[in-house]
Design a protein. Structure first.
Ligand SMILES: [Zn+2]
Length: 479
């Protein structure tokens, strides 16, 4: 808004928000004033062990959904607040409960959908934690507990930023809101696609904020603009109709293992770069990240060199990767002098942002069939695909998100990629192709989501809330 750029408010107190409007300054004050409450409410959510996996008591996820709905009702800004479930695929089984709240836009203002999830990963062994996973405690400016970061902090960032919007703009604001707090993100978002289909009108938005990602570090915000997709499949290679003694026929006929090894070896070149024609790379600017950091974080063994080419982060974010994640073959302990007739492998392909996963799969399929050694019979089965994600960074909402990050953090945001995928994002893109999707986050590199001693940096939490509060205030004033 030009108004916000021109109005100089004397109450901002900080240099970061120089030129901020009175509304933005009020939002900033509300975020600071409301931080302790947000942390207390976050702790209460963390105390509910809402693990969404099948082997865990679904009552906890139900209790967590109810606790989130109660917080959302307490905001007193939504037309509807519901706890809803959707079917899993075609089955007559319902997924875990999500919270869905809506408020219609007025006076031509945009609608923003705020996504986070209230379920968590299993805690693992208690003895691996320095404090009990579901008993949140603060140590050295970090809040420890399962879900303290991933993603109950995302839930609370939405709640607290809406509160700041109300404090700054009044409860009668014009911005449309759809709040979607999923209950089974950590268990594969099994009913997500059906949930979108069932609630398409309620969820439709101009801008979608997915608060479930990372920041560059505790002082530098990141907008996640690229995610790799993935393709996995089972690869079976057969060379013999039955097993034979390796002394009788070895040397004259190929065994399945020889064919499989030679076939898998064609997937990479000498440098370890993927060598499959038709698997694309995406060109993106990447922040500095050196080999020493890679060695440390990936646990590269002494003397082993990294693989691939290009900047290290482009290898992780923007280039394809292929990993053999399992092989069915005789074990070493049971190895006999036998020619194996058939070997199976599980192959995992990371797809560069910008390429369709189906195209990537076809490229790999063609490569595998064209490179089968000795005419070996190759069968591919159990194919699973997830689309990559690539943000058009020229969009107005991306610009607004980056401006809010810069103002809230006092640092330029990094456009980041993620080597792994967030599978449900492709569903959002498919169902809401017109919406701009902003993947933001409350995590930092030390958050250890999914691991023991998961934690939230409380400074990052405050800045994430402020970022979202500024974004909401500005969208509320956007024509
Ligand atoms: Zn998450």
């Amino acid at each position: 808004m030009t108004e916000s750029e021109q109005t100089q408010d004397t109450n901002t107190g900080g240099s970061v928000l120089g030129g901020a409007s009175a509304t933005e300054s009020a939002a900033r004050r509300a975020v600071i004033a409301g931080l302790d409450q947000a942390i207390d409410e976050l702790k209460a959510l963390v105390r509910i062990p809402s693990v969404s996996w099948d082997a865990f008591d679904p009552q906890h996820v139900a209790a967590s959904a109810e606790a989130v709905a109660e917080l959302v009702r307490g905001l007193d800004v939504f037309d509807t607040v519901q706890i809803k479930q959707a079917r899993i695929g075609e089955a007559d089984v319902l997924g875990q409960p999500a919270v869905l709240a809506t408020r219609a836009a007025r006076n031509g203002r945009p609608t923003v959908m705020l996504y986070a999830h209230h379920d968590v990963q299993p805690p693992g062994k208690d003895e691996d934690w320095d404090s009990a996973p579901f008993d949140p405690v603060t140590r050295s400016g970090r809040l420890y507990g399962r879900g303290a970061a991933d993603d109950k902090a995302g839930v609370m960032a939405h709640v607290a930023s809406i509160r700041a919007l109300v404090a700054a703009a009044g409860a009668d604001f014009d911005l449309g809101l759809a709040l979607f707090i999923e209950g089974e993100e950590e268990f594969g978002s099994r009913s997500f696609a059906n949930f979108l289909a069932d609630n398409r009108d309620e969820l439709a938005a101009d801008v979608i904020v997915v608060a479930d990602s990372d920041n560059w570090d505790t002082e530098t915000p990141a907008l996640t603009v690229a995610l790799r997709g993935n393709v996995t499949f089972k690869l079976s290679v057969r060379t013999l109709k039955h097993a034979s003694h390796s002394g009788m026929f070895g040397g004259a006929v190929p065994d399945g293992m020889l064919a499989m090894i030679r076939l898998l070896a064609t997937l990479h070149d000498e440098q370890g770069s993927v060598a499959v024609a038709g698997l694309n790379r995406y060109e993106m600017e990447t922040p500095d990240y050196d080999e020493a950091q890679l060695r440390l974080e990936a646990g590269l063994a002494d003397g082993v060199s990294p693989i691939g080419d290009g900047t290290i982060l482009s290898r992780l974010w923007a280039q394809p990767a292929i990993t053999v994640t399992g092989i069915d073959a005789p074990t070493v302990a049971n190895a006999s002098n036998t020619l194996s007739p058939e070997i199976a492998a599980r192959v995992s392909v990371r797809v560069a942002p910008g390429q369709d996963s189906a195209d990537a799969y076809r490229a790999v399929e063609e490569h595998v069939k064209a490179n089968a050694p000795f005419g070996a019979q190759v069968v591919i089965s159990e194919v699973d695909q997830g689309q990559p994600f690539l943000v058009d960074t020229s969009g107005w909402a991306v610009a607004e998100a980056k401006r809010a990050m810069k103002d809230a953090w006092g640092a330029e945001p990094v456009e980041a990629g993620i080597g792994g995928s967030i599978p449900f994002i492709s569903d959002l893109v498919r169902v809401f192709p017109e919406a701009e999707i902003l993947v933001t986050g409350v995590e930092d590199p030390d958050s250890r989501a999914h691991s023991p001693n998961e934690s939230l940096h409380l400074g990052v939490f405050e800045r994430a809330i402020l970022t979202e509060a500024l974004l909401l205030v500005r969208l509320n004033e956007r024509a």
